[in-house]
Design a protein around this ligand. Sequence first.
Ligand SMILES: Nc1nc2c(ncn2[C@@H]2O[C@H](COP(=O)(O)OP(=O)(O)O)[C@@H](O)[C@H]2O)c(=O)[nH]1
Ligand SMILES: [Mg+2]
Length: 222
Amino acid sequence: MKHLHVDVKQDLLRANDLLAQQLRENWRNRGIFVVNLLSSPGSGKTSLLERTVQALKSSYRVLVLEGDLETERDAERIRAQGVDAVQITTGGTCHLEAHMVAQVWLQVNGQTYDFVLIENVGNLVCPASYDLGEHLRVVLLSVPEGDDKPAKYPKAFRTADWMVLTKMDLLPHFTFDPERAEAEARKLRPDIHTFRTSARTGEGVEEWVKALIRARSERLER
Ligand SMILES: Nc1nc2c(ncn2[C@@H]2O[C@H](COP(=O)(O)OP(=O)(O)O)[C@@H](O)[C@H]2O)c(=O)[nH]1
Ligand SMILES: [Mg+2]
């Protein structure tokens, strides 16, 4: 029975990865750059996305997909910034899967975008195992969470291309060492690219947005 469980789980993961691969190619062929954001609940994903879409929207067509267990709240926050957003409520599942993203993609198929930014369900465990077809995976770590989190949730940091340290404005109030957090992440993923931002003050946001734009053009030229 235990073996059957393991086999079925592996088959499901394989099916997810195949679909994700198809999505990735389809998006690339259409010039759409897709980013998957992972973090604990409350690390500042939606807040960083609000800032990001504000910066991108005058020059780029942006769609945000908001993964949550329940409620439309985050999609509403993004729509208030004047870009398209679709909420995906998982109804209890602790991560997004490629088929959930594919379903939304079929609904908006007539539309075209330059960026699709996906906010995954808030946690650092399950989302790490599910490829959504993204071109770039980004993990966020906020100052109040502590600089030891990469070592505790290694898969999220090992599978991430970039790490963003968020809520940098709170640094004076916490014993959080950004150098240590970055060093811990590099132990797991030596080529991880890191950013330090605050959605409150706007610190580091311009650099992050520029890097996204550069990553999009590099990816689409390849
Ligand atoms: N001080 C500070 N608070 C922030 C920052 N970014 C987000 N927050 C707050 O953290 C809480 C969770 O943010 P949210 O963006 O909803 O996180 P999410 O659950 O990861 O999407 C909210 O109360 C935000 O106002 C930041 O850069 N600095
Ligand atoms: Mg959110």
